[in-house]
Ligand binder design. Structure first.
Ligand code: FAD
Length: 355
């Protein structure tokens, strides 16, 4: 049997790419090993065009954000499901000085399109400390990643194009124009294996810089805010009376275990902004597939053009995956150039050094 693509790994990257190629009329087998950890189901699923204390505009935000809103809502319409909600991100000012600095910064014409003109600070006051007011970042949102992954998996299972289990690179017979695996002749195999790409002998030369992260789930009473609140940590309402609070960033102890330190850090931060009582009911940890130059890894292997990678999504898989999946599909199917900053060809000198 012949298929056009085998996608290995079904986090947000594999899901977005498999969907995009399927919609272009390609035959796609999507594979994932549930025995391996997945960052996507730990992630909060927030999309935010202005991030960090300095409200830095996300790389390619002007392209990524309109695209992702359409991408996720179109799948919702096509399949009659819900997993995406547009939400503003409220940033309470820490001080009058910060207020002055933020207001000057957001008057920049490049930043202004991401700032809500009128903010109702009082709507936040019952639950959030905001004595100096705050700003709202627009074009943000929340993807319920567990639901998104479940829905995309179901779509491919229904088409009989889903494989549950591990795909080992050693089990692939790779030639220039095809790959053979378990009786299938595959046009191209694309690895969307997240941080596990570091152990993939085909792509272990790529310079990753993984970042561990932890999030808390908490129940809360009398919290009616629908938007995301962010000041050092985010507070994301996922449904009535349930919040996600996150996230930590650490570059050591890169395992998937939660820690008391992680919880203490998040609780100390959230207590500075949340006025209402809450109870932590769960804690999760995951590893973000971040890269040394903070740009994703997209492209075909320089020596084996029938295998490729779509990963390195770092802290922003939900924002990056839809737009880059479209770019990659156009590269694979129409021969269009890849975004140079995301193309793995930028790292090719490391491949020759690793061999
Ligand atoms: C605490 C935390 C909070 C985060 N919050 C956000 C957020 O709010 N917004 C955001 O955009 N991002 C967030 N992130 C980052 C986000 O998790 C990543 O950008 C994204 O999930 C990466 O997706 P991925 O599909 O590349 O990898 P993954 O989700 O890790 O998926 C890779 C999949 O590949 C499978 N796999 C690997 N090897 C094989 C194999 N050989 N055979 C079969 N299957 C294989 C694994 O089982 C896994 O399911 C957060 C991350 C963490 C840890």
């Amino acid at each position: 049997m012949n298929v056009d693509f085998l996608i290995v790994g079904q986090g947000v990257a594999g899901s977005a790419l498999a969907w995009t190629l399927d919609q272009r009329g390609c035959s796609v087998v999507l594979a994932d090993d549930p025995a391996l950890p997945m960052a996507s189901t730990v992630a909060a699923g927030i999309v935010n065009p202005l991030t960090g204390r300095k409200l830095v505009r996300t790389w390619k935000a002007d392209e990524l954000f309109p695209f992702l809103h359409t991408f996720y809502t179109q799948i919702e319409k096509d399949l009659g499901v819900r997993f995406f909600q547009a939400k503003n991100i409220y940033r309470p000012f820490r001080s009058l000085d910060e207020k002055t600095a933020y207001l000057a910064y957001v008057s920049d014409p490049e930043i202004q399109p991401y700032i809500e003109k009128l903010v109702d600070d009082e709507a936040y006051s019952p639950a959030i400390h905001n004595p100096f007011g705050g700003i709202e970042v627009t074009q943000g949102g929340w993807l319920d990643l567990t639901e998104f992954v479940r829905i995309v998996k179901g779509y491919f299972i229904k088409k009989n194009q889903y494989f549950e289990g591990r795909i080992l690179p050693d089990d692939l017979t790779i030639s220039d124009d095809k790959v053979e695996w378990q009786g299938l002749t595959i046009g191209k195999v694309i690895f969307c294996d997240g941080v596990q790409a570091r152990e993939n002998p085909l792509f272990d030369w790529l310079p990753y810089n993984p970042v561990k992260g932890q999030v808390l789930t908490a129940v809360v009473e009398n919290y009616s805010i629908k938007n995301i609140v962010n000041q050092g940590v985010f507070i994301l309402p996922v449904r009535e009376g349930l919040l996600k609070i996150g996230a930590t960033y650490t570059w050591h102890d890169l395992d998937w275990q939660t820690t008391a330190d992680g919880r203490e850090f998040l609780e100390s931060k959230v207590q500075q902004i949340l006025k209402v009582p809450y109870t932590v009911v769960a804690q999760q940890a995951g590893i973000r597939p971040s890269t040394k130059d903070r740009r994703p890894f997209v492209g075909l292997h320089p020596m084996h053009p029938s295998v490729g990678i779509f990963g390195g999504m770092g802290t922003k898989g939900v924002s990056l995956a839809p737009y880059l999946a479209e770019q990659f599909a156009r590269h694979l199917l129409d021969g269009e150039d890849l975004e140079p900053e995301a193309n793995i060809s930028r790292c090719v000198s490391l491949l020759s050094r690793s061999e």
